[in-house]
Design a protein around this ligand. Structure first.
Ligand code: IMP
Ligand code: MG
Length: 179
């Protein structure tokens, strides 16, 4: 385990098993359709690659970045679009792949954004959900794991851009972000 982690919350094997279930859910949901799968950079990148390979669907891939976090463990308020999509989602079924639904602000912002762009439908699959942290009403359509209010890193999740490539999800030691 990385020395900055206090403990492993979800092992590589636990994640892989649940990601397969998310893949099956997507396979059923999008049978016969060609959604545009949107990766919200950067935290979703690992989950995005795994869950789309677990889903037996014909999906396009696109990327965007919405951010409300600086190099901080605490949200800094309203999210903004930092990098826009490459392609149009007008008339398309959008499959948004998220790392965590935390305050819910990013999810609300993105659902609005896709609607404004004329998406036919928006489906959200999230790796993690922290219901205790919610400040606006927001829900993903499929959540892999509901977790407690602890700061997590790995499997795409960062603290100040680090730890994204850990293959498991760990609880970051408080001392790392409170100094
Ligand atoms: P929201 O708009 O507050 O729901 O923010 C969600 C975003 O906050 C996620 O996409 C993550 O990038 C970030 N985030 C929330 N909790 C954590 C965490 O425990 N570790 C790393 N990033 C987190
Ligand atoms: Mg982040």
């Amino acid at each position: 385990m990385h020395p900055d982690c206090e403990r492993v919350l979800l092992t590589e094997q636990q994640i892989a098993a649940r990601v397969r279930e998310a893949g099956d859910w997507l396979t059923a949901r999008f049978a016969g359709r060609t959604p545009v799968a949107v990766c919200n950079l950067k935290g979703s990148v690992v989950f995005f690659a795994d869950v789309l390979r677990a889903a037996k669907i014909d999906a396009e891939m696109d990327f965007m970045a919405v951010s409300s976090y600086g190099a901080n463990a605490v949200s800094s308020g309203k999210p903004y679009v930092k990098r826009d999509l490459f392609s149009s989602v007008e008339g398309r079924d959008v499959l948004l792949v998220e790392d965590i639904v935390d305050t819910g602000r990013t999810l609300v912002t993105l659902r609005e954004f896709f609607k404004e762009r004329g998406a036919a439908s928006v489906t959200v699959v999230a790796l993690l959900d922290k219901p205790a942290r919610r400040v606006v009403k927001a829900a993903a359509d499929f959540v892999c794991f509901s977790v407690e209010d602890e700061f997590l890193v790995g499997y795409g999740l960062d603290y100040a851009e680090r730890y994204r490539n850990l293959p498991y999800i760990g609880v970051l030691k408080r001392a790392v972000y409170e100094k």
